[in-house]
Design a protein around this ligand. Sequence first.
Ligand code: ATP
Ligand code: MG
Length: 283
Amino acid sequence: MLKIALQSKGRLNEDSLDLLKSIGIDIDEPKRKFLSKAKNFNIEALYMRDDDIPQLVESGTAGLGIVGLNEVAEKGADVEIAAKLGFGACRISLAIPKTEEYTGLSYFEGKRIATSYPNILAKFLKENGINAKIEIITGSVEISPAAGIAEAIFDIVSSGSTLVSNGLVEVERVFESEAVLIANKNITDEERATLNEILFRIDSEKLSRGKKYLLMNLPTSSLDEAVKILPAMRSPTVMPLASEGWCSLHSVVEEASLWEKVRQLKAIGAEGILVIDLDKIII
Ligand code: ATP
Ligand code: MG
């Protein structure tokens, strides 16, 4: 059976299981088991540390995996990046003590840089012709400058608060990452069909993210204006109402612009506006 390697615990575990659940693939949380079969889909989860997932997928022990793009790049794994998943967003950046004056990339010449991502860093330094000493540290990289281990760090940043609390400042964003679905390059045709089904469902799920379904009653005379306010996927759905001169209008809107649209629609006479959670958009 096709296996999908998932992080057993940590930042990506819950979002990975939530994504799979939202596309109809219900897998038990890890608890003590490292293998867990989906209840309603022909796939089995293999729970691992995220560091091991790229190699497991490259070797085919698991046909699929969900892991940060940063881990795939660091391990140099030869796998297919089948989809970007839109969660686990972070970057790997160079940071220096805030008391130092940053003079550009040449600042790092001859310096020691602490990191858990030596391969990504080595590639970046080489591309930029910088000679620096890479100090490999597996945890708490951010304390390295204060501990005298290095003059700079190369580490994961998301909000930046860890840097601030360690008196560091981000000076170069080097690598942008998010969780990705990876696939072994030699999966069977049958496994490929399963992957395609997963990708199709992920697309539908992604399309519905940040969107709401909107329906309202509207004077028929305002219809043209409403269509301008609501450029739906094709065009809004219009249905007649029993009371003459009124119609029911249905559309999909971006959550970010929802209240602005509602204000404009009310101004042209919309009433009884319903905002409904949208689960999937299948096109
Ligand atoms: P494991 O025990 O599985 O090895 P870990 O401690 O190496 O876990 P986590 O801290 O759980 O890893 O992070 C997993 C992934 O989450 C990272 O590789 C990265 O892709 C992503 N991520 C997103 N934001 C952050 C962040 N602020 N710090 C660390 N990782 C982040
Ligand atoms: Mg790890």
